[in-house]
Ligand binder design. Structure first.
Ligand SMILES: [Zn+2]
Length: 364
């Protein structure tokens, strides 16, 4: 990160603030197809279980008046203006909605192509084996806009741990795609599933190409199996994408680092049926991760920034973020701030988002 005095341009920072140059952000886990961003307020029904939330989600999606493309574009363009340069979008695939979410998010991504790299995960939100027809649609989506194969709680949501893993690994291998699996299950059962996924990843030769979204079981330090589960994940090169959401558990970042498990950060759902919260800003997300994990030292706050930026860039392969070297980098963010720790706490909007040497504007 480079710091220089103000240049005296119209973007001059406030008195006492320097001009801070940083790499762009990467949102490692977001659901732009579900958002209501730019579409008015959605009042949410009570939900007490994951099944309730999934039911509310489908109902809301079937009732939306604005298209997937319009809603996704509204959220993704807001993220771009707040410094996101790449994202991994989990996009629902199911017979109830066909491939329209994949097509909508891909169309929005094409409109933002100069500024934003988008990986699309074909995500079986409403079940895979338990929702007949989904597997065929997931395979079709891989030729029609999706990049990765997704999965969801093989046991608690889909009801067939081994069957679910069999089909998603087979699909990923057949088409040479990476895997990104939502796993909300907690406790010893959740950890056992993670070890099974780690073992399967090594057997299939997919080391470094599998990500676990949420992985709440990894956030419970009271579990005796946590240490050797983390070791198994590190050996398989499995990433964890965490989202630092309000009531959900967060990982002990020191512990994951000690065991060699790589972590990136994402927004998860933004103003959708799951949650009224979220902004799509990864600086907000770095702040929330710091807040939720009790970050206080500069090193801890800098780590939150890094997980929302260069770590995510390693996961999704973003050259624009990884090539950042300082104030003359063609892809950079400029903030009125004196340091990264201060930035993470204050979370100002960027003064400028620079891509390919030019300031990003989305007018017209
Ligand atoms: Zn998710």
């Amino acid at each position: 990160m480079t710091q220089t005095p103000s240049t005296g341009s119209k973007d001059e920072p406030s008195p006492g603030r320097g001009l801070l140059f940083t790499p762009g952000f990467v949102d490692a886990h977001i659901h732009p197809d579900k958002t209501t961003w730019g579409s008015g307020w959605l009042s949410r029904s009570p939900a007490h279980t994951l099944t309730d939330l999934i039911g509310n989600d489908l109902k809301a999606q079937l009732e939306f008046q604005d298209s997937v493309e319009d809603r996704a574009f509204a959220l993704m363009s807001h993220a771009v203006l707040n410094g996101t340069m790449a994202m991994r979008a989990h996009v629902d695939v199911a017979p109830q909605i066909g491939l329209r979410n994949i097509h909508g998010v891909r169309a929005a991504a094409e409109r933002l192509a100069p500024f934003l790299d988008v990986q699309v995960v074909a995500f079986p939100q409403f079940g895979l084996l338990s929702n007949p027809g989904t597997l065929d649609l997931m395979e079709a989506s891989l030729a029609d806009g999706a990049d990765l194969v997704g999965g969801i709680d093989p046991e608690s949501v889909d009801g067939d741990l081994h069957g679910h893993l069999d089909v998603i690994y087979a699909l990923a291998n057949k088409h040479g795609r990476d895997l990104d699996i939502h796993l909300h299950d907690v406790g010893a059962e959740g950890l056992a599933q993670l070890r099974l996924i780690a073992k399967r990843t090594v057997i299939e030769g997919m080391q470094g190409r599998v990500t676990i979204g949420h992985g709440f079981a990894l956030c419970d330090a009271s579990q005796p199996a946590l240490g050797f589960t983390l070791d198994a994940m590190a050996e398989a090169g499995i990433w964890m994408a965490t989202c630092a959401l309000g009531a959900d558990p967060v990982p002990d970042l020191d512990l994951l680092e000690k065991h060699g498990v790589k972590v990136a950060v994402g927004s998860d759902g933004v103003r959708d049926a799951w949650s009224p919260f979220g902004t799509g800003s990864m600086l907000d997300r770095a702040h929330l991760l710091g807040y939720r994990t009790g970050a206080s030292t500069d090193a801890e706050l800098e780590r939150c920034f890094r997980l929302a930026s260069s770590a995510g860039a390693e996961l999704v392969g973003s050259a624009a973020v990884r090539s950042f070297t300082g104030s003359s980098s063609p892809d950079r963010l400029e903030f009125a701030a004196n340091s990264i720790p201060e930035l993470v706490v204050d979370r100002p909007a960027p003064l400028r988002v620079v891509r390919g040497g030019g300031a990003v504007t989305l007018d017209g």
